[in-house]
Design a protein around this ligand. Structure first.
Ligand code: FES
Ligand code: FES
Length: 162
């Protein structure tokens, strides 16, 4: 069957098996930033945004996202032009093996999109489903709070130029 969807701002028409899971379809389409961890919805490594909401792609049937807008970590930024959150994760030392980072970044982006002024508890709740075996959880909370601050400053300075 065909899956028509928009991934990171581009249209795709992908040939998929009816029972294919979204994590496999995205990885086969080249979006290797989508990681496979537990395969049962409990580690968050495979998180992507579907129509603006974070979802674990390992428990999402690919056929169910027909017509949806998908964002993977590749769509957030590039090494040359990282998203403010990607830079903040690096600066806070919240990335070691990096396996959890794509999913955590997606969860963090979903939080900041809906709440640009989060508290540490808001960040904890939002990233609750994203496990990390390397850095622990304090640094990434710092990273998200720092990114929120940086985003506010950027907004202010852009406003000042108008
Ligand atoms: Fe999807 Fe763990 S691989 S939640
Ligand atoms: Fe290795 Fe999080 S940085 S699992």
């Amino acid at each position: 069957m065909k899956l028509n969807t928009r991934i990171n701002g581009k249209d795709f028409s992908l040939e998929i098996k009816p029972n294919a899971m979204l994590v496999d379809v995205l990885r086969q389409a080249g979006f290797k930033g989508v990681k496979f961890g537990c395969g049962e919805g409990s580690c968050g490594a495979c998180a992507v945004m579907i129509n603006g909401k974070p979802r674990n792609s390992c428990i999402t049937v690919a056929g169910s996202v027909e017509g949806a807008e998908i964002l993977t970590v590749e769509g957030m930024g590039t090494p040359e032009k990282p998203h403010i959150l990607q830079q903040a994760f690096v600066d806070a030392g919240s990335t070691q093996c990096g396996y959890c980072n794509p999913g955590s970044l997606i969860a963090a982006k979903a939080l900041l999109d809906s709440n640009p002024n989060p508290t540490a508890d808001d960040v904890k709740d939002a990233l609750d489903g994203n496990l990390c075996r390397c850095t622990g959880y304090v640094k990434r909370i710092d990273a998200v709070l720092n990114a929120a601050e940086a985003a506010k400053k950027t907004k202010k300075s852009t406003r000042g130029k108008k």
